[in-house]
Design a protein around this ligand. Structure first.
Ligand code: HEM
Length: 497
């Protein structure tokens, strides 16, 4: 009898201890999570250099929603595609969970969050997002895509049958593509200007540097390491924007929109004619240029590198792609966007890479409008809400063998792509969902698809002769806001037609 009381008492205590952690005084439940230390919160559980991997380990323990705290910052992490879709994609939460928190970078480098990527959840942000979509149109015309594919073939052709590092070519190619997207042209020095800005910005965006500057913004004026770094990035930003805003304006011709910036000029002119002033300010145009480079350049480059790595490790996939390409695209023709529908296996290869390699592992939103009840838990006002795409895209409740490269998982028995309603298609969210979905979605998918298929159409991509082939395990990619495979080499063998 005494034992029964003891066991009952222990059970009651255990339940109390659990509920103490997750029940609020009003009876609503906060998502569970690891114990937090008074000052630092969960810093002990998070490797700040590889945040996505630390979160994945915690997700295994705490499930689809979990709470953590980093210093004073409360964070709810969403770990499954279902919950991410519901939180960011449903009508119910569209105004509540799609805000962005104020940060140092957005405030001091992106004109007070005048952009889309870091912009608050307000009509103006989504108006600018529409402008960005419009501005991407000139880059989507078939001749622009064909020009970029030809440029890629010209670059690859120079390597003959020697080992080479594809990152060198792709860095140049995507910087040129981005330059054309923004201004309609590429000038000497553009590639260096762009990558310089990206590399220096990444140093500033390192979580420990960003959080130090956010808490003590006056440091940006001082002769300390972070202050020097800030001023360096600011100088690089200004040179970049002088090139892309001021120089583009000098050669702008009304009615001839060459790219994103011309689209902005045309809207500004129309607004000024109609209303005497434009809601789209020059700072907003500057901010959209920074977004295009910051959000688009690294993610697309690294996605193509990831496809190449996956194909190097799966030569049978290349053969199957080539077979499909031969049946649909004339050997002397370039792959077009219109061909995409007829090439389901090739599309599945790109989709599977975006899933497995998941180059943008975490998206960061902010709950600012009030408390939100989601999936049985309460997210309190003032909480950051992270979409853990890394865990969602490697969730073994959805994906069979989530760490294996299996493009065929996206095809039905007839070799066609699964319908949109299929659970795999709904769970494939590497470019986000809902109001904050990537504005460069179509552009990125088309460019990645065209580059990869054109490469496979012309070349067998084979391992290097002189060095060992790099692993395609995305867990080994260099971490950051965008994951990046280490430098690797490969060799091309021309396909005889
Ligand atoms: C494979 C390439 C790409 C990947 C994996 C990717 C991924 C993403 C992801 C995950 C988001 C965040 C969604 C969220 O906050 O919930 C995003 C947003 C965004 N992306 Fe991309 N992206 C890619 C290419 C591009 C390109 C080429 C551009 C520009 C031309 C671009 C511009 C943006 C912008 C401006 C946003 C912010 C949208 C918003 O907050 O409303 N991205 N992207």
């Amino acid at each position: 009898m005494i034992e029964l009381f003891l066991v009952g008492g222990l059970l009651a205590f255990a339940l109390y201890a659990c509920s103490k952690k997750t029940l609020r005084s009003d009876g609503r439940k906060v998502p569970p999570g690891p114990d937090q230390s008074l000052v630092f919160g969960n810093f002990k559980d998070i490797d700040t250099e590889r945040v996505h991997q630390s979160l994945h380990a915690l997700a295994k323990k705490y499930g689809t929603m979990m709470s953590i705290r980093l210093l004073r910052r409360k964070i709810v992490v969403l770990n499954s595609a279902d919950v991410i879709n519901e939180a960011f994609g449903s009508e119910q939460y569209k105004d509540l969970l799609n805000d962005k928190a104020q940060g140092f970078y957005g405030t001091y480098l992106v004109y007070g969050h005048a952009d889309v990527l870091l912009g608050p959840c307000r009509d103006l942000t989504f108006r600018i997002k529409e402008v960005m979509s419009l501005g991407l149109r000139p880059a989507m015309v078939p001749s622009a895509l064909a020009g970029d594919c030809r440029k890629m073939l010209e670059m690859l052709g120079k390597h003959g049958s020697n080992d080479f590092d594809p990152a060198d070519d792709l860095h140049t190619l995507f910087a040129e593509v981005t330059s054309k997207l923004i201004s309609g042209e590429v000038k000497d020095g553009d590639v260096k200007l762009m990558w310089d800005f990206v590399d220096w910005s990444n140093r500033l965006l390192n979580p420990s540097v960003e959080s130090l500057l956010k808490n003590f913004p006056f440091l940006r004026h001082l002769p300390v390491k972070v202050g020097v770094l800030f001023r360096e990035v600011l100088a690089k930003r200004d040179v970049l924007l002088a090139r892309y805003l001021d120089t583009t304006r000098e050669t702008y011709v009304k009615g001839k929109e060459r790219g994103l910036v011309d689209t902005c000029f045309a809207i500004q002119e129309k607004e000024i004619r109609a209303n005497g002033e434009s809601w789209l300010t020059d700072d907003m145009v500057r901010a959209t240029i920074l977004d295009t480079i910051g959000a688009g350049l690294v993610s697309t480059t690294n996605s193509v590198l990831a496809v190449i790595l996956n194909l190097l490790h799966n030569p049978a996939c290349q053969d199957r792609m080539r077979q499909e390409l031969r049946a649909v695209v004339h050997p002397a023709a370039l792959v077009t966007q219109a061909d995409m529908n007829g090439l389901p296996y090739c599309r599945a290869v790109v989709m599977e890479t975006l899933r497995l390699s998941c180059v943008v592992p975490i998206v960061s939103h902010y709950c600012s409008a009030g408390d939100v009840d989601l999936a049985g838990y309460t997210i309190e006002k003032g909480t950051m809400v992270w979409g853990n795409l890394w865990s969602a895209l490697h969730d073994d409740h959805i994906w069979v063998e989530p760490w294996s490269f299996k493009p065929e998982r996206f095809l039905d028995d007839d070799g066609k792509l699964l319908p949109k309603e299929h659970k795999f298609m709904k769970a494939l969210i590497p470019l986000g969902v809902g109001r904050r979905i990537c504005v460069g979605y179509d552009f990125a998918m088309t460019r990645i698809f065209a580059f990869v298929t054109t490469m496979v159409q012309h070349y067998d991509i084979t391992p290097p002769v002189d060095t060992e082939l790099l692993s395609n395990d995305p867990n080994l990619f260099s971490a950051g806001a965008v994951l990046q495979p280490d430098r690797f080499k490969c060799k091309l063998v021309k396909i005889q037609k």
